[in-house]
Design a protein around this ligand. Sequence first.
Ligand code: GNR
Ligand code: NI
Length: 181
Amino acid sequence: MALLPIITAPDPRLKQVADPVDRVDDEVRQLMDDMLATMYVAPGIGLAAPQVGALKRVIVVDISRPEEGRPPAPLQMANPEIVEVSDEDITWNEGCLSVPEHYADVVRPAGCRVRYLDREGEIREIKAEGVLAVCLQHEIDHLDGILFIDHVSALKRNMILRKLLKEKKAAEREEKDEAVF
Ligand code: GNR
Ligand code: NI
């Protein structure tokens, strides 16, 4: 298992539409396992392959918070698709490992049904509500190049993106200075 670096916004790779996997083979399973390990260490409750630079339709989710001592309940999905959403909405204060240290209220359908391939390549379906429904929709958004900040006002989004870009440039400058000394 390997820990993978997580890409942060702004980055063009986070805006691309990911490719479906043809079949769930050992390479996809390896990616799923590396993503899960990376997600637990971060820590996060979900992770999508584009966040680690793999433009494949693969996500992992675990809302059980194993870092808080609960038994892990990992979900590993290839080609996840939302096949049904509820009429009611839910507002959740979302965060994202690719948008570090920023949070915003996002309105989404409160429930959803997701069809996907499991790590054996079997077609499965899961019905989700609450934080699981939020997380699945957040991860599937990543596969279509959509971040939670794309669901908030342009004013708030641009404020966040400007701040992240500034921090990136500062970090780059620091790296360069270290190279000199
Ligand atoms: O760890 C995460 N927490 C979270 C909280 C509210 C709504 C969505 C999420 S997903 C996020 C991890 C992440 O960035 N997944 O793409
Ligand atoms: Ni995210």
